[in-house]
Design a protein around this ligand. Sequence first.
Ligand code: IPE
Ligand code: IPE
Ligand code: MG
Length: 254
Amino acid sequence: MPPESTALNLAVAEPALGPLPRHVAIIMDGNGRWAAKRGLPRLEGHRRGVEAVRRTVRAAIGLGIEHLTVYGFSAENWRRPADEVADLFGLLKRFIRVDLAQLHANNVRVSVIGDRPALAEDIRLLLDEAEEITCRNSGLNLVVAFNYGGRQEIVQAVRRLARQVRAGELDPEAIDMGTIAAALDTRGIPDPDLVIRTSGEMRVSNFLPWQTAYSEFVFLPDLWPDFDEDTFRQAIDQFRGRDRRFGGRSAKAL
Ligand code: IPE
Ligand code: IPE
Ligand code: MG
């Protein structure tokens, strides 16, 4: 048995870190500002943003994260000039074409959330293919939120359930939180434990409003193209130091 003083020293050491997050969701913001700071076109910021996605996927695999959701294009991003929208679509297509084989080789499962029917056929087919090719992989689940809007997702879910009620397949009284979760694009994926947003903005921008009801948020000043494994680890350490209560009493309460 250790002497009592050792036990006391342990008690005042760093507080124990909680578990790793199973699901990390990232609002990858600040590509435009990264480029503007350097006098470069916004497209260059978006290109470097794709590099940051690659680094983040590698880091997530290394850390043993189960689900990583990245916000690539919001339902509101259509408000941007057409040339920037075209650039963002071009980069997604390139990312899938260039990276899919390697993601697959790394046992990554790719899932896509967002309004796919509204997208052009070439991009829709690429996204379908990425899901089909990787659907039996058992490693990291990389969830790409593209043309995604959380409120739009809820609207679609309500319509789906309403149709089932009209067809007599669903009793309105039987609808519970599980029914709604199962009608969302994220069905089967656990809620994010941790949401990271880069670029210093402290808002949610229509990202997973239902699913993040009890997520922990970490807002970082770094611009997305500068995000790396170190920044990722720091965000995860912040998360691991948090006291998640879910409305209950702190496990640390005396
Ligand atoms: C994030 O960077 C990428 C997308 C939203 C698609 P931004 O393009 O929003 O960069 P800022 O916020 O203008 O710096
Ligand atoms: C959120 O970033 C969307 C993505 C990261 C894809 P925005 O840059 O579009 O968000 P707002 O407009 O600043 O809220
Ligand atoms: Mg932005």
